[in-house]
Design a protein around this ligand. Structure first.
Ligand code: SAM
Length: 254
């Protein structure tokens, strides 16, 4: 925890705007209140459907087993939890945890639409202070969530605390494109097209402007792996997808 207190350099950045740390958490919550109902459609439009492939790959890397306990933090509308459930089977308990009650409401409705009433716990709260015992889970996942958390190092320390020894941490997040020409195209798409699509479809340019700006403030691949190590994880490594537009980080609690 000591390292976590010293860290968190992004805590005052709400996208490109400097705000207080408390205000940042409140603003992030407001963004997802606003986008919850259009969230799934917008993901398809913004990524051309690619987010589905990234999430499939993410869950394949976990190699889910039925006897494990899963915690999906920033679980939102359930995309990762549903994939884990499909792969691990109906008996595996999955806690879906999110700051935003609206995102969880949409997620719970989607689960019911799929006939999944049991096997999920939908819990509201902040990734920085998880309401779970030490050593409780075999797998901790966070997909497109960590960059929205105000105190990233604190959330990493909490992830480490709630995992059992031998438990694994997995993070799927936007990262840095490693090819300069593609990076330019990617920047043009994110900064021009995405806020515009947000304006037309979700009637909310500002929230999508925040989403693209927050990607720039998030630590690059090697830096995040280093900070996972400071939180106590071993064997920290990452896999780039789509030339690094997205990366999967994983670490082990020993
Ligand atoms: C981009 S969505 C990702 C949802 C889902 N994991 C997915 O991949 O589709 C980000 C989610 O992070 C949640 N979030 C933001 N800050 C959080 C925090 N401090 N603690 C827990 N959840 C948080 C938001 O409410 C939102 O549901």
């Amino acid at each position: 925890m000591e390292n976590a207190k010293k860290g968190n350099p992004e805590r005052e950045w709400f996208g490109a705007r400097r705000v207080g740390a408390d205000e940042k958490t409140r603003l992030v919550r407001g963004v997802f209140d606003s986008v919850a109902d259009k969230y799934d459609l917008m993901n398809d439009l913004m990524s051309g459907g690619l987010h589905r492939l990234w999430k499939d790959r993410f869950v394949r890397m976990i190699r889910p087993r039925p006897e494990w306990h899963y915690l999906d933090v920033a679980g939102g509308t359930g995309d990762i939890a549903f994939r884990i459930k499909k792969a691990a089977g109906p008996k595996s308990p999955i806690a879906v945890f999110d700051l935003n009650p609206e995102m969880l409401r949409v997620g719970r409705t989607r689960a019911i639409d799929r006939g999944w009433v049991d096997g999920f716990d939908w819990i509201q709260g902040n990734a920085e202070s998880l309401p779970f015992a030490d050593d409780a889970f075999d797998v901790y996942t966070i997909a497109f969530g960590l960059r929205n958390v105000t105190h990233i190092d604190t959330a990493l320390a909490e992830a480490h605390r709630v995992l059992k020894p031998g438990g694994r941490f997995f993070c799927l997040e936007f990262s840095r494109v490693d090819e300069p020409f593609l990076a330019k195209i990617y920047d043009a798409w994110s900064f021009r097209a995405i806020p515009h699509i947000g304006h037309v479809i979700a009637k909310d340019r500002d929230s999508y402007q925040y989403l693209v700006e927050s990607i720039k403030k998030f630590p690059p691949q090697a830096e995040l792996a280093r900070r996972m190590g400071l939180a106590g994880f071993k064997n920290c490594r990452f896999t780039n997808l789509s030339f690094g537009a997205v990366a999967i980080h994983q670490g082990l609690k020993t």
